[in-house]
Design a protein around this ligand. Structure first.
Ligand SMILES: Cc1ncc(COP(=O)(O)O)c(C=O)c1O
Length: 150
């Protein structure tokens, strides 16, 4: 749980207020993230839309700190790959809170998701729906995804 997690498990370091980029030794790219703000935004969503469960798209930012924070708040997860499913499940998230969501799924990954208890998948074309239906031998619990226009 969050209370027992250490920064090492989270793969993060705490920054003091007023830090500057020069205070960070590591020359690799890094995120600066306010986890309190993630919590606040999740709670604001739950208050405003209590009947709509958010499914966080792990591809946006797969930092363990963020995924663990949202997992402890009861959020769902939109996983686009086996790697993302493994990450979310390694943090103890129940498969009922995971959607395998990818516009062009690999057959091996459809089977992987199904074998790991995931019953929700997205599709927005007949071909994709038939692919999932064939892979799972007719056992299908899918959600249709509305196209978004950017
Ligand atoms: C079925 C499907 N279509 C399309 C997309 C891409 O959606 P967007 O263009 O909103 O990023 C996804 C992303 O998960 C998807 O699952």
């Amino acid at each position: 749980t969050m209370n027992t997690a250490t920064p090492t498990e989270f793969e993060f370091s705490f920054l003091e207020e007023g830090f500057s980029a020069r205070d960070i030794d590591d020359r690799d790219a890094f995120y600066v993230c306010d986890l309190g703000d993630v919590v606040k935004k999740h709670l604001r969503w739950m208050r405003a839309l209590p009947r709509v469960t958010p499914f966080y798209a792990v591809k946006c930012n797969d930092s363990r700190a963020i995924v663990m924070t949202l997992a402890s708040l009861g959020s769902g997860f939109d996983c686009a790959s086996k790697t993302e499913i493994q990450l979310v499940q390694s943090l103890g998230v129940d498969p009922s809170r995971i959607i395998y969501a990818n516009p062009c799924k690999q057959v091996s990954q459809i089977k992987y998701a199904s074998a790991h208890g995931i019953q929700m998948m997205t599709f927005d074309s007949e071909v994709e729906l038939m692919k999932v239906a064939r892979c799972l031998c007719g056992v299908l619990l899918s959600i249709c995804r509305l196209l978004s226009f950017h």
